[in-house]
Design a protein around this ligand. Sequence first.
Ligand code: SF4
Length: 275
Amino acid sequence: MNFQQSFTEIQSLLTALNHDSDRFVNALRQQHVFHLSFSQISTLEFCQHRYYLQYILNQEPDPLPDYFTKGKLLHQLIAHGYQAQMSGNVPSLEVLEEELFTSELACESVHLTNALQLYYRHRWQVERVLAVEQPFVISLADDLPPLVGVIDLVLQDGDAIILVDHKTGCNFYPYDELQVAIYARYIQSIYPGYDCQLFYDHYRWVNHLERIRKPAFQRTLVELHKDQWQTDLQRITSAAGIIQQIHVGSSPTHSGACFRCPYQHICEFSYRRAN
Ligand code: SF4
């Protein structure tokens, strides 16, 4: 495969779509331009068959887990808050709550209302919001497919560029350094000379903010170790090799933890179906 050509095609797509992340993700899916993403790599590592269902057959889990919709909606609302901030307005919590209640995505609203309050309390107030939901493509090596991603939030504070990724869930899970390592490489390529800082903002779903014993919000600074990049690159290279094989017809293995898999109700290899 000609990866340089794929990279150029994806760059042109980004320009044509004016860097709109939703349209970019949809267009990439439809146009079959070969690429990698952190989500693809982590899905493949979880279970190759899940990769096959999700990225080759383009199947959605059925039923769609509530946490998918909740996470998506919170990302949208937080993005709208920071977009307003980027235009010089302080977004009001009431406006975001109104947006939540009128959303077409139906899901548990108590968790979301609480998460919105946490966002409002802990939102970043630094010099500038540079980008919200920023799609990107980067070429890491000539023999690797281009890597794409969408960075939730890019901020500037003096000489520092701050990247923020929003995480949601019932708990605070350990993060995967590979994701931010990729984001950092992209940001360092477009803002050379700046200090790059990376954070995860975790939102934990809770029913009662006033009754919780452990925090429902956690901001984690991610320390990237220089020596780690070679290991990260090996991980990406290994996943890229398997993904290419699956795309040309190799049978994916199915070694994942089915009880944690959103495809467990429709997958023919799920332990639920086997038993
Ligand atoms: S249900 Fe199990 S075998 Fe099927 S895709 Fe998920 S993890 Fe893989």
